[in-house]
Design a protein around this ligand. Structure first.
Ligand code: ANZ
Ligand code: ZN
Length: 826
């Protein structure tokens, strides 16, 4: 074995060997229990960043550990490779998105390989490859056939100056990223997936996700946002029309003094047509539509509204109230219409005060009167008054009673609403999966038949922003024949949201080369669900929700059995430098390539695993990296010193043939093994596991110095083997080199995780005599390592001693190490 730790040589050598031996390749014809360890696949932006290094090091520890524990481990990798940056690069550098993307993939693949990650590269997928997106298209068509994909008009961001649609990422502070013109919205017919059909199941099944962080489950729940309430239908004065509102407070319905429609509400147009204020109202609507929803509904934002000159009739008392439109009512939630009850809602109170609308209280405290006039909304519970037959009812009871009453009259009833909206998947972009739909004048909307898939992305496309979605500029793409009647037809020119690509990649990994289907059921069922998913918390809502949605739809289609895709989820923290997130704009990026070049992949991995527990943010530290490098060198020298002797013997230790020094070392080794095993398997405590290995290395050095020539070689060998095995998940190259130097011919990564000997972990005990005034009064059994203070304290606490010395003064306590305690009293 080399005296010097030459990481370059070792890392290249073992990476080559592992790949030649197909060490990480797996299939389903295996008797061992399966374990699917998944890390979030990267967007091929160009280079790996430290966040990737951290994410993938964590995933790799778990995969390697489970493999050594005897599982059949699937650990795949691929590329989330459609998306906007490729298109921006195309515009900026005049390079085709495809070549930009494939170049990046090629480079980043070598980066991942240099990190020594145990992927089964045979299963690599790239979502921008036709072999992949063919099945994304096929899945879209399955959704379409089930009525889960539909098209309707919806607002998009629009830059009036570039005359082009903008993705949300292209809107910076409400302005166009390219020309800084304020962004407005425009209506466009777009495709949606009906995720709202699954809202209740997506919510209910969160309870099954026992291996997910609570904070992620809460975020998912809030995103779905289930709300139980009441619908109430108000007639519109002088017309046959009516407006239905959604409210969680039907008990306040006698206090309605106005009605508010969202500016997007379908009735608005009709109600304002030809009125005196039509122009003014339209102007207002345009202003509001330029605001984003977040601003419209935030507590701080100004609530703005306007009467439209129409009146509604309250279904419970026939009262006529004005109808307004206002920015804070959203078209997409509930019914897009609300009843205004300023007496009992803070927002309504402020709004009514601002616009001089009447305030009518209808609930009061049980044993007090409300101030008159009200100075703020009364939002507490109470009893109804001014509420006709419902007067005197506690308001909670009135909620049900009034809802029943509305239902009997046919003017409303109980209703559950979700905040979750249907998923808008149309993108007016080039670099995405084409939506496999054709429009024919004769036949209408026609799905592309399966045998014509994939609908390939054309190459002859204009990228410069010119007001058109890029695919429109390809004549050869747009003009096609109708699959139904053979007549001339046009292709859909929108592409799919890239979140669709990543909603099923974990299924494709189970059967990545399948040319006849998205994946075979038996393969997917063998591997699914994912046993451990590791990734950034920024994907805690959308990506995970969409993946859960896809899994449920596909399981309803009987394509896969599992109804939830991921059993356990680990969300790792960020990598910080000087307290802030590493980013190009802050110029505080540490390039993984440099670290690997300077210290090797094992040091880079060890640092990101050791510097913080995985869920926490990690502060970059050059000194920390140095420290990890020194530790690996320290391990190296230790093994190098011993390896010739150790290679000659077997690691079969006879516990009865050990002296005190040997037993102490063996205890540390087995305790360390127990600790490392428990830390990894029970709590992802990689940092504490590594500290424990470090302590063991210290103990080995101490033993080497103290035992000298007398060192027990079988024991040394056992310890060095443990050391290599325990290091294997963290620093796979150096562990492999040490393992091989110790005379093992198989890979350390296919070796079995060792089992500690519980007996060896027990502390040695000694018996201490306890004297009081020189006479033996008691005996103490204590661990051999106990300090003088511990022995003294324990002696003084013995029942017999306490009895003997009670009421007396302790003059002094003499502790003779490992022998006796003498307590002198007066
Ligand atoms: C009258 C009322 C009186 C309300 C009262 C509250 C308190 P969640 O829990 O979020 O479902 N609302 C309904 N649809 C809306 C929309 N499209 N845009 C903005 N606000 C909307 O809240 C439901 C409540 O939010 C509803 O109950 C409605 O205001 C408002 F003392 O109706 B309430
Ligand atoms: Zn046709």
């Amino acid at each position: 074995m080399d005296e010097r730790y030459n990481f370059h040589a070792i890392e290249t050598k073992w990476q080559q060997t592992w790949s030649d031996d197909n060490l990480y390749q797996v299939d389903e014809s295996d008797d061992r229990k399966k374990y699917y360890c998944l890390v979030m696949f990267p967007y091929p932006s160009g280079r790996l960043h430290m966040g990737h290094v951290r994410n993938y090091s964590i995933g790799d520890v778990i995969a390697r550990f489970r493999r050594m524990q005897g599982y059949n481990v699937l650990h795949p990798m691929g590329w989330d490779s459609f998306g906007l940056p490729a298109e921006n690069a195309a515009i900026k550098n005049k390079i085709h998105p495809a070549s930009w993307t494939w170049d990046n993939i090629a480079y980043m693949r070598t980066q991942l390989q240099r990190m020594g990650l145990s992927y089964d590269w045979d299963r690599e997928v790239a979502t921008c490859h036709p072999d992949y997106y063919k099945w994304t298209q096929w899945l879209f068509l399955q959704f379409y056939e089930k009525g889960l994909a539909y098209k309707r008009k919806a607002a998009v961001n629009w830059c009036p100056s570039c005359a082009t649609v903008l993705a949300n990422e292209q809107v910076v502070n409400g302005a166009c990223e390219r020309c800084d013109t304020p962004v407005t919205t425009t209506d466009l017919a777009q495709w949606f997936l009906r995720i709202t059909d699954y809202a209740d199941r997506l919510l209910a099944d969160i309870d099954q996700l026992t291996g997910w962080p609570d904070k992620v489950k809460v975020m998912q729940k809030n995103w779905i946002g289930r709300s139980e309430g009441t619908e109430a239908t108000f007639g519109i004065d002088g017309t046959e029309e009516s407006v239905t509102v959604f409210t969680t407070r039907p008990d306040t319905i006698f206090g309605v003094t106005y009605l508010v429609l969202a500016p997007e509400h379908p009735l608005v147009d009709q109600l304002i047509a030809g009125t005196a204020q039509e122009e003014q109202v339209r102007q207002f609507i345009n202003e509001v539509r330029a605001e984003d929803e977040f601003t419209r509904t935030s507590d701080e934002a100004e609530k703005r509204g306007m009467e439209i000159g129409a009146y509604a009739i309250n279904p419970v008392n026939g009262k006529k109230v004005p109808i307004l439109i206002a920015n804070y009512v959203l078209g997409g939630y509930g019914t897009g219409a609300v009843m205004g009850v300023p007496a009992h809602d803070d927002r309504d109170f402020a709004f009514a005060t601002k616009y001089n609308l009447p305030i009518q209280p209808v609930i009061k405290p049980v044993d007090a009167e409300l101030p008159e006039p009200l100075t703020e909304a009364y939002i507490e519970d109470g009893v109804l008054f001014n509420s006709g037959d419902f007067d005197g009812l506690p308001n909670r009871e009135a909620i049900g009673k009034i809802t029943e009453y509305l239902a009997e009259k046919g003017q409303g009833g109980f209703k559950v609403n979700y905040r979750l909206r249907d998923w808008l998947i149309s993108r007016q972009r080039y670099w995405g999966t084409p939506i496999p739909i054709v429009y024919c004048d004769q036949c209408g909307t026609v799905p592309v038949p399966e045998e014509q898939l994939p609908v390939l992305l054309p190459e002859d496309v204009e990228f410069e922003p010119n007001g058109k979605s890029p695919l429109v500029t390809s004549e050869t793409f747009v003009n096609t024949t109708c699959p139904h009647c053979g007549g001339p037809a046009r292709r859909e020119t929108d592409t799919m949201d890239t979140f669709i690509d990543s909603s099923w990649y974990f299924l494709r990994y189970t059967d990545p080369k399948n040319a006849n289907g998205a994946f075979a059921k038996d393969r997917a069922d063998y591997w699914m669900p994912v046993d451990q998913y590791v990734g950034g918390v920024e994907h805690a809502i959308l990506h995970l929700l969409y993946s859960r949605f896809f899994q449920k739809v596909l399981s309803d289609m009987d394509m896969v059995a599992a109804t939830e895709p991921m059993r356990n989820l680990l969300t790792q923290g960020m990598v910080l430098k000087d307290g802030t997130k590493m980013s190009k704009s802050k110029g505080n990026i540490v390039d993984p390539d440099h670290i690997i070049e300077q210290y090797g992949a094992d040091t880079a991995r060890l640092f990101v695993l050791f510097a913080a527990p995985p869920e926490r943010d990690l502060e970059w530290s050059d000194a920390g990296v140095e420290g990890c490098y020194r530790f690996i060198n320290r391990v190296w020298r230790l093994v190098a010193d011993w390896v010739d002797d150790a290679a000659k013997v077997k690691a079969s230790v006879d516990p009865n043939a050990l002296n005190k020094l040997d037993r102490d070392l063996r205890r540390v080794a087995h305790l360390s093994l127990r600790k490392v095993t428990e830390e990894i398997s029970e709590r992802f405590g990689f940092n504490t596991a590594i500290s424990s290995i470090m302590e063991m290395v210290n103990a080995l050095y101490k033993y080497r110095d103290e035992a000298g020539d007398q060192a027990n070689l079988p024991l040394v060998k056992e310890c060095l083997q443990f050391l290599s095995l325990m290091l294997a998940p963290f620093v796979p190259h150096v562990a492999e080199e040490l393992w091989s130097a110790l005379g093992n011919s198989d890979s350390v990564h296919s070796a079995a995780w060792p089992q500690w000997d519980e007996a060896a972990t027990k502390a040695e005990e000694i018996t201490i005599v306890v004297q009081v005034n020189g006479k033996v009064r008691d005996r103490l059994v204590v661990p051999a390592e106990s300090s003088q203070e511990e022995i003294r304290a324990q002696a003084l606490a013995q029942d017999r001693v306490v009895e003997m010395i009670s009421g007396k003064d302790i003059v002094k306590v003499i502790v003779v190490p490992k022998k006796l305690v003498n307590i002198v009293v007066k």
